[in-house]
Design a protein around this ligand. Sequence first.
Ligand SMILES: *Cc1c(COP(=O)(O)O)cnc(C)c1O
Length: 354
Amino acid sequence: MRPHNFSAGPSILPQSVMQQMSEALIEFGGSGLSILELSHRGEIIESMMDEAHKLVVELLNLPENYAPIFLSGGATTQFALIPCNLLSKKAAYTNTGTWSTKAIANAKLYGEVEVVASSENEGFIRIPKTYEVPQDADYFYITSNNTIYGTQLHNNPNAGNVPLVIDMSSDIFSRPMNATDYGLIFASAQKNLGPAGTTLVIVNKDLLGKTGREMPPMFNYLPHIKKQSALNTPPVLAIYGCLLTLRWIKEQGLENIEKVNQAKANLLYNEIDENPMFVGKATKEDRSIMNATFLLENPNLDAEFMKMAQDANIIGIKGHRSVGGFRASMYNALPLESVQVLVNVMREFSLKFG
Ligand SMILES: *Cc1c(COP(=O)(O)O)cnc(C)c1O
């Protein structure tokens, strides 16, 4: 039996996606060849790539001036490419966790960085909300979902006329959203969108080409947009995995996906709140519907709880190595039944040790 996969990333994907990917490894598009053997300049791969881009446009209702591109190098590479492409003089950032800390360090290589808010002193258990965004900033950088700490931005900050740049690596396509609220959206694939190896960047083209900075073409968003993500050899299999996941998302519908995600999160958080053996980590109002972080009231029993979870065929609930405790990631493809199994284990645990 397949384990109940609560891993934070790489993480669970729809079974049908993995099935179709494995078929494409043997034969793809009526070519008689594996998807791995086909030229990225040939018609079969070009039309696959085209559909992937078009589905992003369709699902997010992107207007003409927004372009989606699939790049390599993970979200971490975007920490550098964003300031490289958008930072002329100064950028504003919020620091809400490990990933934004890294993004800030990268941006400092390109210009002035004003960190307008940080929850670092409190161990990143909440999202700061009271701050002013300097109106002379080229962009304001936020993280939609802090995968490691289990906090999530539930409302956009007021940034005035400053374009928002948002890291949605761990919650993109988890709910309907208004893409035009943002100047740039990015997400590494391996949490909610597909296999590791590609990163989706969606950018308002009106913001590009303004810094006067000379950039190698691979670091410059414009040539990638012009070549529809095939400036060099793209990670074709990873993008195909994204395409299949995007088709699945379209079939389910974003409203429905949000409902199921909310139901999963409610089920788990109710248990965390009602069961005296468990303590939630993130501030309630900032809790993530994707990654729930929690501790045992008595950490001496951590190994016992882990063992009971393992016996129930649950994997991936150990907290990030930097913070400890437990983390249950409930990405789109995780069924409600898996969360029910985890909740049952939590109840059993409190009967046995409470
Ligand atoms: C996982 C993650 C990253 C890093 O992604 P890579 O693809 O490993 O570079 C960045 N930001 C967030 C919010 C993440 O969850």
